[in-house]
Design a protein around this ligand. Structure first.
Ligand code: ARG
Length: 457
């Protein structure tokens, strides 16, 4: 098959080179965006009298036919035509004859491919935003049922202070809220149109870039043609946002894995989201959260890959840039899969509130509250801390928890202790007492939950 750029060449392309330089194997994912861009371009060519209305209609019709064929999987793309852009142009010419060759007037594959990627990423960013929100809804749903469920809160993975389980879940809600905001904010910068920048320098044809931008739903046109075809910041930004997002998914997954272990036994993931072992009949493995955690590597890798790809590139287009696509597609698809699973998995997980509460009975996470008790009675907090440290050491030695010590034992350490110390030490009271804004006190958590609900549709 002849090349669209064959005129200057005297020899056919080496087969290995053809395969090596071809991108059709992956940029086929841009097919419909490419046609969308071409339709906007050809309409503008007609309106600006660069081609006739008759030619415009013929080309538009041809593009629609090809679009249908692609949607019905009736076309075969070829490596000989290198990439999606030339494949579609070739199909167009086959479909409507030489007039199809007028489509590429005033345009280059350089502004064309950039336009396609802007269109693709805008669509996917909006879609991923919705998927993040579905995860948030699942979190809100679980949180709603567990404001009063008490779980140990940790620092250094050591029991620290008890918290409401809803509070713990809502911490993830706000991480995802920021992810959602970042995704939406990035659309502002995806929404710039490179179309009409042509190869690098603009075009002598009287193209109307504002018009194509408007047709394609972009808010701006790139004011500099060199920047328009060289810019991949919008993909870098997406990959950065994706990396932060998958970090949150991974941290949550890690907790799900820990909590569903026999050691914690705080939750049980639904059978539908777990798998078994081929040898150990008793196993129920949290494969899904493990894979979600594992997917982090490829998403960070895709960000590093593109940063490295771009760092030394001179302006404007370089073939290196063809390598910008696979990492972007992979990141979009990986996130799509991860978020689509995370939402129903969170929704369906069983929360073992009794075990969580029992865990709090068997630790020293109310120690801060005894220090606060003495501090309120006038002892400087630093001295109170020292006294309670000694009480904890004594209790560990006696194999007792803080609620098990008698008032006489307490009084050995400080005369300030009275009978009311016991109500202060009850985990419900310990949680409720933290009624500072944004704290885990039940009242605060209920307010936080209301606020969270306002952020999901
Ligand atoms: N397949 C190419 C890419 O993805 C399209 C742009 C080609 N431009 C060029 N001047 N060779 O980067």
């Amino acid at each position: 098959m002849s090349k669209l750029w064959g005129g200057r060449f005297t020899k056919p392309t080496n087969k290995l080179v053809e395969e090596y330089t071809s991108s059709i194997g992956f940029d086929v994912k841009l097919a419909l965006h490419d046609i969308q861009g071409s339709l906007a371009h050809v309409e503008m060519l007609g309106d600006c009298h660069i081609i006739s209305q008759e030619e415009t209609s013929q080309i538009k019709e041809g593009l629609h036919i090809i679009k249908n064929k692609i949607e019905n999987e009736e076309v075969e793309f070829s490596v000989e035509q290198e990439d999606i852009h030339m494949n579609i142009e070739k199909l167009l010419i086959e479909e409507i004859g030489p007039v199809g060759g007028k489509l590429h007037t005033g345009r280059s594959r350089n502004d064309q491919v950039a336009t396609d990627m802007h269109l693709y990423l805008k669509e996917k960013t909006n879609h991923l935003t919705d998927l993040v929100e579905a995860v948030q809804k699942a979190l809100v749903h679980q949180a709603d049922a567990h404001v009063d469920t008490i779980i140990p809160g940790y620092t250094h993975l050591q029991r620290a202070q008890p918290v409401s389980f809803a509070h713990h879940l809502l911490a993830y809600f706000w991480m995802f809220e920021r992810d959602k905001e970042r995704l939406q904010d990035s659309v502002k910068r995806i929404n710039w149109s490179p179309l009409g920048a042509a190869a690098l320098a603009g075009t002598p044809y009287p193209v109307d870039r504002q018009k194509t931008a408007e047709t394609l739903g972009f808010d701006h046109v790139y004011p500099n043609s060199l920047d328009a075809v060289s810019d991949r910041d919008f993909i870098l930004e997406f990959l950065s946002i994706a990396s932060i997002l998958i970090t949150h998914i991974s941290r949550l997954s890690e907790e799900l894995i820990l909590w569903s272990s026999q050691e914690f036994n705080f939750i049980e993931l639904d059978d539908a989201f777990c798998t078994g072992s081929s040898i150990m009949p008793q196993k129920k493995n949290p494969d899904v959260p493990e894979l979600l955690r594992g997917k982090t590597g490829r998403i960070y890798g895709n960000l590093m890959g593109l940063l490295t790809l771009l760092k030394g590139l001179p302006l404007a287009y370089n073939k290196d840039m063809q390598e910008d696509k696979e990492g972007m597609f992979d990141t979009v698809e990986t996130l799509d899969g991860a978020l689509s699973l995370l939402a129903p998995m969170m929704e369906s997980m069983e929360v073992k509130g009794t075990n969580m509460r029992q865990a709090v009975n068997e630790d020293y996470s109310n120690a801060t509250d005894i220090a606060d008790y003495l501090a309120v009675k006038g002892l400087p907090f630093r001295q109170a801390h020292e006294v309670i440290g000694k009480i904890v050491l004594y209790a560990i030695h006696e194999q007792k928890f803080l609620l098990d010590l008698t008032l006489d034992e307490y009084k050995e350490f400080s005369e300030l202790f009275e009978e009311d110390i016991y109500e202060k030490l009850a985990p419900e009271q310990v949680v409720a007492a933290r009624n500072s804004e944004g704290g885990t006190g039940f009242e605060q958590v209920a307010q936080q939950l209301e606020l969270a609900k306002q952020h999901v549709k």
